[in-house]
Design a protein around this ligand. Structure first.
Ligand SMILES: [Zn+2]
Length: 276
């Protein structure tokens, strides 16, 4: 497996316009091509039961499992796609070797106040658990997902924090940000589980949330054991097999190398198509 140790990986050209049911308030969009940078931030490593990652797996093995979220820089904006968590009880119960997400931001010379936008793919602890660290961010989240979380939160503190937050933007089917990022509801992993498309003239990137954990989930059409709506998830796995672009997930150990000299360095590998 070839892994590349480069800091900033994906630099795109803003071109395309996507239609969305909700839309960020209009901003001036240059005709020239502004660049963005996308980082994969790995805040933890653990093992996970194979039967959880691949439904029906009877090998009873424990596989490497990484814990990631993503950061995108565009103009003066800093967007997080999910937030990770810093909750010590989850870190302990999942046996995660852990780097605080804020330390990762620090390594990029960023403070929590610098985060202007957050997209939440779904409301599990490892995706939304760190959200209260970012008081100034505009939060984009699927409506059913948020409502389900309010009804049954894994953390009352986070639910209360969100209820008081005046910068939450919800959507039903999809939401378009800056004309080149589209958040789309899939609803397979959880009721409003979403994925993020980053599309420019040159580049198509898909951040698949937890609709799949590893490339093998879609390459071999094996869903994970954590599926709320098998039909929606299955349809999405079919779509992934056809997708002509780069696909990144939030738990794939192939994305950020686990043996780095400085654990705070931020790496991302080539996408799954170029890996084993
Ligand atoms: Zn997850």
């Amino acid at each position: 497996m070839i892994r590349f140790a480069c800091f900033i990986v994906i630099i795109g050209i803003l071109v395309c316009g996507c239609t969305g049911k909700s839309r960020e308030p209009a901003i001036h969009v240059e005709k020239a091509a502004p660049a963005f940078q996308l980082y994969a931030l790995r805040y933890g490593i653990s093992k996970m039961a194979s039967g959880y990652i691949f439904r029906g797996d009877k090998t009873n093995t424990r596989l490497d499992f990484h814990w990631l979220f993503y950061l995108l820089k565009y103009r003066d904006y800093i967007l997080l796609i999910d937030t990770g968590t810093s909750d010590p009880s989850y870190i302990k119960s999942y046996g995660i070797s852990f780097i605080p997400p804020l330390n990762l931001l620090n390594a990029l010379k960023l403070n929590p106040e610098d985060i202007t936008h957050i997209i939440i793919t779904h409301c599990h602890f490892d995706h939304i658990g760190g959200i209260a660290d970012y008081p100034d961010a505009r939060i984009i989240i699927q409506e059913d997902e948020l409502n389900a979380f309010y009804k049954k939160p894994f953390s009352r503190d986070i639910a209360d924090w969100l209820r008081k937050n005046k910068q939450i933007f919800t959507f039903t089917e999809q939401y378009t940000l800056w004309d080149f990022i589209t958040v789309k509801k899939i609803g397979g992993h959880t009721i409003g589980s979403s994925v993020v498309f980053i599309e420019t003239g040159d580049e198509k990137i898909l951040l698949a949330g937890d609709e799949c954990y590893f490339p093998r989930n879609f390459l071999k059409d094996i869903p994970s054991a954590a599926v709320y709506n098998p039909e929606a998830n299955g349809k999405f796995l079919d779509f992934l097999r056809q997708f002509e672009g780069k696909i990144y997930t939030f738990h794939d150990p192939g994305i950020v190398p686990d043996k780095t000299e400085n654990p705070l360095e931020l790496f991302i590998s080539e996408p799954w198509k170029n890996r084993d």
